[in-house]
Design a protein around this ligand. Structure first.
Ligand code: 13P
Ligand code: SF4
Length: 301
């Protein structure tokens, strides 16, 4: 009798498929994934792989970015309800209004956004390259959508730029409060706090290192410290434990949990490969228009 791993491997061969997962996916999915990474890696990886099918175990905007950058591939998203609420926290009317009333402005779109928002923007960024890319833009004024916390973090690094903020946020990272952060630091004196820039300004103020998921992982791996407090989603603990078996990781609170990311399961991956659904399908116009800011990101990163 074929077990689920044999079945998965057979389907992967039959469909010429690779499985990609974000660091926030559940442990079982990270275990069977061929590639695991941050959102920049997942968006761009498909282009360098020969496979016809990508199964993207993340959230909707990640599958959209992969499809936009690899339009000839089939992109399957095991659970179509795995959506990122922040991706919808800006709108094209707001972009038009800013463009109309502000001279010398660049619309910078965090990759955690819908394809529609990307299509109306000048350039995309992820948390791993946002500071570098914004610093290289010729415009002084930056309308940054949707995440206000990441925007404030970049603004602090680049005081020469003038930011127009939009009030989107990630409920998981924004929910890590300063009070909880100080409590965690008091409980673990001398232990470094590693935080994602989607956290609030007052939480980031207490961080020893701020970076994307892959940068947090790299920092923990190369550091000589043997314990860390982690201010990002708990899924990253799987890779941290795998790479640093002798180090200890604490979270700030017990709600660092992205419900959408946890919706992808091995059973749903098998079903998606068997049925070819749900597939990420985007209209040609969206693909063409959203491809420009994403490609500009790849060039500038
Ligand atoms: P990274 O690009 O750092 O992996 O972040 C993705 C994300 O959704 C953070 O909430
Ligand atoms: Fe979106 Fe936050 Fe989940 Fe990342 S952790 S996918 S930003 S809701």
């Amino acid at each position: 009798m074929e077990n689920s791993i044999d079945k998965l491997n057979r389907l992967k061969r039959e469909k010429d498929a690779v499985i990609m997962a974000h660091y926030y996916a559940i442990d079982e999915v990270q275990e069977i994934a061929d590639y695991i990474g941050d959102s920049f890696y997942l968006a761009t990886l498909g282009r360098s792989l020969p496979n016809k099918t990508i199964v993207l175990c993340g959230v909707d905007f990640m599958a959209e970015s992969a499809k936009i950058l690899s339009p000839d591939k089939t992109v399957l998203i095991p659970d179509f309800t795995a959506t990122c609420p922040m991706a919808l926290m800006a709108d094209t009317d707001g972009i038009e209004a800013v463009r109309k009333h502000t001279e010398d402005v660049a619309v910078v779109c965090y990759v955690n956004s819908t394809a529609e928002l990307k299509a109306s923007s000048d350039v995309c960024v992820t948390s791993s390259n946002a500071v570098k890319i914004v610093s290289e833009l010729p415009q002084k004024n930056i309308y940054f959508i949707p995440d206000i916390n990441l925007a404030k973090y970049i603004q602090e690094k680049l005081p020469e730029k003038h930011f127009i903020f939009n009030d989107g946020f990630c409920c998981v990272h924004d929910g890590i409060t300063e009070e909880e952060t100080l409590k965690a630091k008091a409980e673990h004196p001398g232990v470094k706090l590693l935080a994602h820039p989607e956290c609030k300004e007052e939480t980031l103020r207490h961080a020893d290192f701020i970076g994307s998921t892959s940068q947090i992982l790299d920092y923990a791996i190369s550091s000589e410290d043997d314990a860390f407090i982690i201010a990002t989603e708990v899924g990253i603990l799987y890779k941290l434990a795998q790479h640093c078996p002798n180090k200890t990781f604490f979270t700030v609170n017990n709600t660092q949990f992205c419900k959408s990311m946890k919706k992808n399961t091995v059973e749903k991956i098998i079903e998606a490969l068997e049925t070819g659904e749900p597939e990420m399908v985007l209209q040609g116009d969206f693909i063409r228009n959203a491809e420009k800011p994403l490609t500009r990101m790849v060039e500038l990163a």
